[in-house]
Design a protein around this ligand. Structure first.
Ligand code: NAD
Ligand code: MG
Length: 383
């Protein structure tokens, strides 16, 4: 039986790499549903090649083009947000890969959990916004949430075979991004073009900006809390510019386990699909004669304030991480349109954290309201 996989965001960086994994293992995996926001041409091409049962385009204006282009094939074609939320419930689907960007991933992920689907989670924003809710739902419906983020996949791989051995510390590695060595003065004038040029990874625009500002690492700290059940003081970030060690776990006997490899997202994607097994791959192997220089530094939260803000949100808990996520989505979109400076992004996030009503134990409805309020308050500061 081939594993039936739904890819939410199949036209993106993670989505296209997931399709490469499926293509490499046609005996093991099948794309049951593919979805995209806007890129209809690529979605058509993917649908014709992978022959899924269904495709969804979120932008309804693109529906006629998609429908027409696939009219000779027995593929169901849907459009809109509601269709995206419903498609994950289809009975044959076993794994839902959440590879879309931002808060928009929350509702389809919740639906998939309710329908008992295993979640291969790339969309870290879902856990940042509503980690507590997602965890309790995953427990209630007995659905695994398998990490796709490379750091969390590394930790997850280090934990294999360690059942019952408590974690002392999770050590997340960070490349430091393109501005690792920049002074405050230099950071004041960096452009989106510079920020979009990540030294080690090729990713979607939003996460690339988050990596440059280190908000991505902050989000990964929050993600680690929910995935591995550790306290904030048990999560450490270490800057490791070569991105060879993908992350580590320290146990109570002082042993540190690490997972290493080339920076290639196909491995964590494939591991989430194949878990608990490992499957042979064609991915490039690490060549130790070429990585003779592995270095480590402390992160600088003065230059990269977003990391400190994310830790602050984690400590305050409640709806605070949801506030930070919403404000961050607003400022990143603005930065990509040259409407705010690189350092200005942290100012807006911090002010939004102060202004939005704090809720200690939010419900789903509270998250929806918080997200809207935080977006409004962050946007006001851009005017
Ligand atoms: P991307 O921008 O390359 O692709 C995003 C995909 O999601 C596209 O297919 C797009 O059509 C779809 N999408 C975007 N907005 C949507 C919306 N509102 N509704 C429905 N679909 C929407 O992004 P990416 O780099 O592939 O990242 C996807 C997710 O994976 C993000 O949450 C990111 O943080 C996470 N992630 C990515 C990487 C990476 O290497 N790219 C690594 C770790 C985690
Ligand atoms: Mg990561």
């Amino acid at each position: 039986m081939k594993k039936q996989i739904a890819i939410l965001g199949s036209t993106g960086s993670i989505g296209t790499q997931a399709l490469q994994v499926i293509e490499e293992h046609p005996d093991l995996y099948e794309a049951y549903a593919l979805t995209a926001n806007n890129k209809v041409d690529l979605l058509i091409e993917q649908a014709r090649k992978f022959m899924p049962e269904a495709v969804v385009i979120v932008n309804e204006a693109k529906y006629p083009q998609l429908k027409e282009a696939l009219s000779d094939l027995p593929i169901k074609v849907y459009a809109g947000e509601e269709a995206l939320c419903q498609i994950v419930e289809s009975a044959p689907i076993q794994v839902v890969l959440t590879a879309m960007v931002g808060y928009a991933g929350l509702r389809p992920t919740m639906n998939a959990i309710r329908a008992g689907k295993a979640i291969a989670l790339a969309n870290k924003e879902t856990l940042v916004v509503a980690g507590e809710l997602i965890n309790s739902m995953a427990n209630q419906y007995h659905t695994p949430v398998l990490p796709v983020d490379s750091e969390h996949s590394a930790v997850f791989q280090c934990l294999a075979g360690e059942m019952g051995n408590p974690i002392e510390k999770v050590i997340l590695t960070a490349s430091g991004g393109p501005f690792r060595t920049y002074t405050m003065e230099q950071l004041r004038t960096v452009t989106k073009e510079q920020a979009l040029h990540h030294p080690n990874w090729s990713m979607g625009a939003k996460i690339t900006i988050d990596s440059a500002s280190m908000m991505n690492k902050g989000f990964e700290v929050i993600e680690a809390k929910w995935l591995f059940g550790v306290r904030p003081d048990q999560i450490e970030v270490v800057v490791h510019p070569q991105s060879v060690i993908h992350s580590m776990v320290q146990f109570e006997d002082s042993a540190v386990k690490a997972q290493l490899g080339m920076p290639d997202m196909r491995l964590p994607i494939q591991y989430a699909f194949s878990y608990p097994d490992r499957v042979k791959s064609s991915f490039e192997r690490l060549d130790f004669s070429k990585c003779t220089d592995l270095t480590f530094e402390q992160p600088d939260t003065k230059r990269f304030r977003n990391l400190a803000l994310a830790y602050e949100a984690l400590h305050q808990a409640g709806n605070m991480p949801c506030i930070v996520n919403a404000a961050n989505e607003v400022v990143v979109a603005a930065f990509l349109k040259d409407q705010i400076s690189f350092l200005g992004m942290s100012d807006v996030i911090e002010k939004t954290m102060q202004k939005v009503s704090y809720i200690q134990t939010p419900t789903y409805e509270d998250y929806v309201a918080t997200d809207a309020e935080a977006r409004r308050i962050a946007a006001e500061q851009l005017l």
